[in-house]
Design a protein around this ligand. Structure first.
Ligand SMILES: NC(=O)c1ccc[n+]([C@@H]2O[C@H](COP(=O)([O-])OP(=O)(O)OC[C@H]3O[C@@H](n4cnc5c(N)ncnc54)[C@H](OP(=O)(O)O)[C@@H]3O)[C@@H](O)[C@H]2O)c1
Length: 332
């Protein structure tokens, strides 16, 4: 496993991180034993970045990671960088009720997170979506106080745009921006990524497999469990899905010529975008993880990159990356 550094001020992490969301929420049922085994397999393979959110299964995901680290043997916690998002307001019916970035809320969320993870610090702490009622300076200022207190090591951002990034970075050093970035979602290239680079902020890229659509295993007739986010995603519905799966087939042909899988080509493409970008893969099973890890050693030359971008042109994906109501929460 290779290492990358998250921005000028951030931690050194493995070139691929493991996103644990799907082990608790949003992608249907997950198998707890397999989830823990997948985290253990990732650690054994040298993955040192684990990403979660306190609202993934209302604490379930943090408890799962806490258990996996506890059972991974002595010193496991200290070998990983734990990246945690907070701020989403949920209800017991699974609803989403906005975001809370008030300083008192930051401290409250963190206290619960530390308890659930069974640790005395979070390595990268970030608000999941901008709270429109609270200036970002106040939220980042509150996290900076937790850095002072030793309960947080680094401050991150999630799904915010250029202006917010600049305002946040004026308050305290920012390690990385977490944002969707893939062959299907290239919006950050125009403005957000250049601003991150100017300010020495890294990127943890999520949805590099477009939530499974670009994984090479998706089929049109796949049944979705109630509550699976993809049932609401415009990219997974109707004609959009047909058009997007046609792009995946074009990518498969290119990937096969290179002797790699679709998922490996998609992840390797994100890895090729710069040493300051760390893809998070949302593997929920060891077989998927093993496939994703294979991307780390895939070297793409200029001809490979051209062939991949030919197969999946930047603006050909059909559908927005979130349903309309959720797009409204994106400052990015
Ligand atoms: N900051 C934010 O706003 C935000 C938003 C979303 C996610 N995230 C973070 O980013 C992480 C990754 O996001 P994501 O899960 O949506 O991303 P993803 O990696 O694009 O999609 C994961 C899905 O792809 C499928 N897949 C197919 N082949 C795979 C392979 N070889 N390896 C891994 N997955 C494969 C899996 O579906 P099956 O398991 O069904 O086969 C899996 O559930 C999350 O876990 C979370 O930590 C952050």
């Amino acid at each position: 496993m290779h290492d990358r550094t998250l921005g000028a001020s951030g931690p050194v992490v493995s070139a691929l991180g493991l996103g644990c969301m799907g082990m608790s929420a949003l992608y249907g049922e997950a198998d707890r034993t397999e989830s823990v085994a997948t985290i253990h397999a990732a650690l054994d393979a040298g993955v040192t970045l684990l990403d979660t959110g306190d609202f993934y299964g209302m604490g379930h995901n943090e408890l799962l990671i806490g258990e996996a680290l506890h059972t991974a043997g002595a010193g496991a916690r200290d070998r990983v960088v734990l990246s945690v998002k907070f701020g989403a307001l949920r209800d017991a019916g699974g609803g989403w009720n906005g975001y809370d970035g008030r300083p008192a809320a930051v401290k409250n969320f963190l206290a619960y997170t530390l308890q659930r993870l069974g640790t005395d610090h979070v390595d990268v702490y970030r608000l999941s979506r901008l709270d429109p009622a609270v200036p970002v300076e106040e939220t980042v200022g509150a996290i900076a106080e937790e850095v002072e207190a030793g309960r947080v090591r680094h401050i991150g951002l999630s799904e915010v745009g250029a202006e917010t990034i600049r305002r946040a970075a004026a308050v305290a050093p920012i390690s990385d921006l977490q944002i969707e970035y893939s062959l299907f979602s290239r919006d950050i290239e125009a403005e957000t990524l250049p601003v991150c680079r100017e300010l020495g902020i890294g990127v943890t890229a999520y949805g590099v497999l477009s939530r499974g659509l670009l994984g090479g295993h998706w089929t049109r007739d796949r049944a979705l469990a109630p509550g699976d986010f993809r049932g609401l995603s415009p990219r997974f519905s109707g004609e959009n899905l047909d058009r997007n799966l046609a792009l995946v087939e074009a990518l498969r042909a290119t990937a096969e010529q290179k002797g790699v899988t679709v998922a490996q080509a998609a992840i390797a493409w994100v890895l090729s975008r710069g040493e300051d970008i760390v893809p998070l893969v949302g593997a929920r099973r060891r077989d998927r993880l093993a496939e994703a890890l294979g991307a780390v050693d895939v070297a793409l030359d200029a001809a490979d990159l051209a062939a991949i971008e030919d197969a999946v042109p930047a603006d050909e994906v059909a559908g927005t990356r979130y349903p309309e109501a959720l797009m409204a929460h994106l400052d990015s």
